[in-house]
Design a protein around this ligand. Structure first.
Ligand code: MLT
Length: 267
């Protein structure tokens, strides 16, 4: 069973969804998504080996927007640290996808003692390129003028691979279409302004796994390989036939890679 509770962090309320037993693993979703992207993992075998805690970043899923015009990665990171403090369970195994990975690297920079191990999934450490920043600005304008349906039309084909299962695609579409426009704008601003955290990579002292879908077109395998090379001792798992949302498109291979990293045997 998944239990949901809300943690107050300053003016924000952060929803966390928890299942399983054992050491704490914090699951951090990407953009424009929420905790539901982890449901396959949470209902799988790893719940027998970890307390899986999927957070809804502020403004996402069951966490209301807290009136922030910019969801800076530092703000998300401080929220995650506050959530971990309130769970009071010592350092966590952090599993973070894409924008969640940007926030997780900020967490490692600002609160390194909160992280026991780190799985960076379909993400990158570098900042947006000038073209990427211009794309964020244009997306903000488009979302303001055309609404989130426009975003779903743009994003869903990039989030999953062309061969993605129709139900998985529909689940992704539902998540994107349920995200508030004010959150989309704040996320875009936060990602556009995020700093380059490549400098953090050689300093990561915890075990690190880098995971990427072989067909990821948002943060492609070349980004994952570059990150792995810069992190001392990091492992790399390239998951075949999956796009950007590996935990949804390839839940079995994803859980197997994570289980191997955690030293847990699953069938
Ligand atoms: C995500 O999946 O979190 C985003 O696509 C990342 C990004 O747009 O940089």
């Amino acid at each position: 069973m998944i239990e949901t509770r809300t943690i107050r962090v300053g003016d924000a309320r952060i929803a966390v969804h928890t299942t399983g037993r054992g050491p704490l693993a914090l699951l951090v979703h990407g953009y424009p998504l929420d905790h539901r992207m982890w449901l396959d993992l949470m209902h799988g075998e790893l719940a027998a080996h970890r307390t899986l805690c999927a957070v809804d970043l502020r403004g996402h899923g069951d966490s209301p927007w807290a009136l922030d015009r910019c969801h800076a990665m530092e703000l998300f990171a401080d929220d995650l640290a506050a959530v971990l403090r309130s769970l009071d369970d010592g350092p966590a195994d952090v599993v973070a996808l894409s924008m969640g990975g940007y926030a997780a690297l900020a967490l490692c920079e600002r609160h390194p003692l909160a992280v026991h191990s780190l799985a960076l999934v379909d993400t990158r450490a570098s900042a947006d390129t000038p073209e990427g920043k211009a794309g964020r600005t244009a997306a903000m304008q488009n979302v303001l003028e055309r609404g989130r349906r426009w975003l779903a039309e743009q994003m869903v084909p990039k989030l999953v691979s062309p061969g993605c299962d129709a139900l998985v695609r529909a689940r992704v579409q539902t998540m994107v279409e349920s995200l508030a426009v004010e959150t989309i704008l704040a996320d875009l601003e936060g990602m556009r302004e995020r700093k380059n955290r490549r400098v953090v990579l050689p300093q990561l002292a915890m075990p690190v796994l880098v995971v990427v879908g072989a067909l990821d077109v948002i943060t492609p395998p070349s980004d994952a390989e570059a990150m792995q090379k810069e992190i001392p001792g990091a492992q790399l798992a390239v998951i075949p036939d999956a796009g950007h949302l590996v935990p949804m498109e390839a839940p079995g291979p994803f859980a197997a890679a994570l289980g191997a990293f955690w030293g847990v045997e699953i069938s």
